[in-house]
Design a binder for this molecule. Structure first.
Ligand code: FES
Length: 163
């Protein structure tokens, strides 16, 4: 069957109005079908928020000198090693309105740049509007002797890791 009989072409080489409308209709149905499938798939897939892992590894204790306070920037956590050698981990997130605090080594304090809260190296509030101390996170050693911090586990203010 040639195309003229099929209704696809009218005059020599031109597409008929009917054929054009058929193509337009099929295209529209295709677009609606793909959209429906995409919507159905997103509706049927679980609505899960993927959070980053709460645990992270810091390497061996020798990476931290006694008396040091180290901000782990990508985790917003201070790793504190006391002069006596034990460790603890503090949240660097200010308990006032959530700004990230900084260690001021020359003053020996943790300071918030937003509204002036100050904390000592134990995380206790010593000035400003912060309503409570910086939370302390669980620290452990893995089988290879690496320090592990778990931001998902808060511990009390006296909890330390002795190495
Ligand atoms: S957010 Fe730190 S003092 Fe306000």
């Amino acid at each position: 069957m040639d195309e003229k009989e099929n209704g696809k072409e009218g005059r020599e080489g031109s597409v008929t109005r009917r054929y054009f409308l058929e193509l337009l209709g099929l295209g529209s149905i295709g677009i609606v079908s793909v959209g429906s499938i995409a919507l159905s798939a997103s509706y049927l897939s679980p609505n899960v928020v993927k959070e980053p892992p709460t645990k992270f590894k810091l390497g061996t204790p020798s990476n931290f000198s006694p008396g040091s306070v180290t901000l782990i920037q990508d985790q917003n956590v201070f790793v504190v090693r006391a002069k006596e050698g034990y460790f603890f981990a503090l949240s660097a997130t200010c308990t006032h309105l959530g700004c990230i605090t900084n260690w001021k080594g020359e003053e020996g304090i943790i300071a918030c740049p937003c509204h002036g809260s100050k904390f000592n190296r134990e995380g206790t509030v010593i000035g400003g509007p912060a309503p409570k101390q910086l939370p302390r996170f669980e620290m452990t050693l893995d089988d290879q002797g690496n320090l592990i911090v778990d931001k998902g586990v808060k511990v009390d203010e006296h909890n330390v890791l002795k190495v």
